[in-house]
Design a protein around this ligand. Structure first.
Ligand code: SAH
Length: 359
């Protein structure tokens, strides 16, 4: 079937998705343009911001792709103080970002859980709860997820990393700390508690096929998640998966494949929030713009104090590590206007798909 015919279909089957992910050149452009059109029709040209606070690089996990894995001795470990996190949130509020995302290496000890709970209460006190809060703090018990929800977090990001169990265990150690089914259970718990739940995958992993990527997109649709984050895999020299760096698609191919994943998902789930991940910008200076033009509608400018950023290198050469928050702010505004988009300031920018479902 020709690309145009597939693009005219109401519902995409797996073989349609694989065909769209295989498109190149003009056919790929057709796909991207259709996705942009769908996004503009359903969500307008708005871009939502989440000020990203990278709370700590201390992690009890050892994911085979991640630069801050516990088995990497070359990382100087840090944790922001409660005051530092609240200061970052204040800055987000001053800059008009409307919401923050707190991300961290995974810890589940009581001290950590309590600290996050206190931070949530304090952020909620800023201007009478005007900031939205997304958490990305890995796998926790249902009770902890519930506690943080009650303390004011309303969105949670937990990428499945791959919905294919076999591939999951090729990119994670096989032990009780890296359990595919536990991760699935966590996503289900987040959904049932009432978080706007986000998940996602890396694109261009070793052993990943277009069929597997198509299944990832179908997984997002079946789970009916509110948000998705997908970015290119970037091999980190201090990780086991670096051994396969010469066996993965080229930088350009990974970029294009990520854009196609975003575009196809925009057709499948027109009203979800989709982030233009920083990893896109890391491998291509225009990567975030390209992701926005392929259907993404969220950007997460980094608000982590600059002195810590060099230590939160989940992948190498991360973009904007030396930018000051104020610089990011004006840079982003100009960049989004240049591609006909408008940043919506002072708003939570909730997922329209989620809002409609829960009304
Ligand atoms: N500990 C949290 C946050 C992880 S960092 C959690 O487990 O959810 C956020 C995301 O960065 C991960 O989910 C992963 O998809 C992505 N990531 C990690 N290493 C990467 C790499 N080398 N290249 C590209 N993305 C990577």
């Amino acid at each position: 079937m020709r690309t145009q015919e597939i693009l005219n279909k109401e519902y995409l089957e797996k073989n349609d998705i694989v065909a769209l992910l295989s498109t190149q050149e003009d056919e790929m452009k057709l796909l991207i343009n259709k996705a942009l059109k769908v996004k503009l029709a359903r969500l307008d040209n708005y871009v939502h911001l989440r000020g990203l606070i990278e709370l700590s690089n201390i992690c009890r996990k050892s994911c085979l792709y991640c630069g801050v894995r516990s088995d990497n001795p070359n990382v100087e470990r840090y944790t922001l103080s409660e005051d530092e996190v609240v200061e970052c949130a204040r800055l987000a509020h001053q800059l008009g970002y409307g919401s923050v995302a707190i991300q961290s290496g995974e810890r589940s000890d009581k001290e950590f859980v309590d600290k996050i709970t206190r931070i949530l209460h304090r952020i909620k006190q800023i201007d009478n709860g005007s900031l939205g809060i997304t958490l990305s703090l890995g796998e926790q018990s249902e009770e902890v997820y519930r506690r943080w929800f009650e303390a004011g977090a309303h969105r949670y990001l937990l990428r499945i990393e791959s919905s294919n169990e076999e591939l999951y265990y090729k990119i994670h150690p096989q032990n009780e700390r890296h359990d595919f089914h536990k991760r699935l259970d966590c996503i289900d718990a987040l959904l049932s508690i009432g978080y706007q739940t986000g998940t996602g995958v890396m694109v261009g992993l070793p052993f990943q096929t277009l069929e597997i990527l198509a299944d990832d997109l179908i997984f997002f649709r079946e789970k009916d998640v509110a948000m998705v984050g997908m970015g290119p895999f970037i091999p980190h020299p201090d990780t086991p998966l670096y051994a396969y760096a010469d066996q993965i698609p080229s930088v350009k191919e990974r970029m294009n494949l990520t854009l196609k994943m975003i575009a196809v998902l925009r057709l499948m789930m027109p009203e979800i929030n989709m982030v233009a991940a920083t990893a896109n910008q890391t491998i291509d200076p225009m990567g975030r713009e390209k992701a926005i033009m392929a259907g993404a509608n969220v950007i997460m400018p980094n608000l982590t104090p600059n002195k810590y950023r060099e230590d939160y290198l989940i992948y190498p050469d991360k973009a904007c590590v030396s930018d000051k928050p104020e610089e990011c702010f004006s840079c982003l505004d100009i960049r989004m206007k240049a591609i006909g988009h408008e940043i919506l300031y002072n708003a939570w920018g909730d997922s329209v798909a989620f809002t409609k479902k829960t009304k």
